[in-house]
Design a protein around this ligand. Structure first.
Ligand SMILES: Cc1cc2nc3c(=O)[nH]c(=O)nc-3n(C[C@H](O)[C@H](O)[C@H](O)COP(=O)(O)O)c2cc1C
Length: 233
């Protein structure tokens, strides 16, 4: 028998559950939602030399998720605004003609997000865990599934080729390397590990990331905390 008191308690629990689910669904279906990222830090206890020394391609990650501050810091190192006035915004990595062909995406267990450098925000592109699909698009590189964050660099070549012709394609690839190295070194500085991925099916990867036709995936970087045995190396 359920007593009157228990019935009242059940009623309140049900109300809380209904409202918390309602809140989640609103978040989950709101693809226009943007999330303001915490301001990046410009100080760390790890020197750039130490980051260069310690950087290795690591393909196993612990279960620990990254928080918004760590995700924001990595995206800032990739493409954050580092100098600005009313006429221009310059970013963390150099870019031919300051034309910035790269779009930067974050794939987390929660969904796919696009980085907006100017406002240091991420915009929801798709919700839900797409990491299995991404691993499958990358020829079954399954460590993508255990990475709490994969940053994908995708190029809109026309931003460069309109000015530089075919040479603009080379410039985009050079720039992807600059951006990627910033990410790898920032990861080390945060106590994280990363791995570059160039082997993936372009079309399948573009489909998973919901890329527009003019945007080509170039480079993916899974990032996470090292497994405990890795820490001891
Ligand atoms: C352009 C590029 C593409 C790469 N693609 C992959 C990849 O698809 N999968 C992978 O596991 N490692 C990939 N790597 C990582 C290399 O295997 C790794 O850098 C190399 O073994 C040297 O090891 P280190 O990064 O620890 O110095 C890639 C590296 C580069 C630079």
């Amino acid at each position: 028998m359920v007593s009157g008191k228990n019935l009242i308690a059940l009623f309140f629990v049900a109300i809380i559950l209904i409202f918390s689910n309602w809140g989640d669904k609103t978040m989950a279906t709101d693809k226009t939602k943007t999330i303001k990222l915490p301001l990046p830090s410009i100080k760390s206890g790890v020197s750039v030399e130490e980051c260069i020394l310690k950087r290795r391609s690591v393909r196993t990650f612990s279960d620990k998720k990254l928080n918004q501050s760590q995700i924001g810091q990595l995206l800032w190192a990739a493409q954050g605004i580092t100098a600005a006035n009313k006429n221009f915004h310059l970013r963390a990595a150099p870019s031919a003609g300051a034309l910035y062909p790269m779009e930067t995406f974050a794939v987390t267990p929660d969904g796919i997000f696009k980085y907006i450098p100017k406002s240091h925000e991420i915009k929801t592109i798709d919700e839900g865990d797409k990491r299995k699909k991404l691993a499958s698009a990358a020829w079954g590189q399954d460590f993508i599934v255990s990475a709490p964050l994969t940053i994908a660099l995708c190029s809109v070549y026309s931003r460069l080729t309109d000015k530089y012709g075919k040479r603009g394609i080379r410039y985009a690839h050079i720039e992807a390397g600059h951006i990627a190295e910033n990410i790898h070194l920032q990861a080390i500085s945060l106590g994280l590990v990363s791995v570059p991925i160039g082997a993936f099916d372009d079309k399948k990867t573009a489909d998973v990331l919901n890329l527009p036709d003019d945007c080509q995936p170039l480079y993916m970087i899974p990032i996470g905390f090292p497994q405990s045995n890795e820490k001891e190396k």
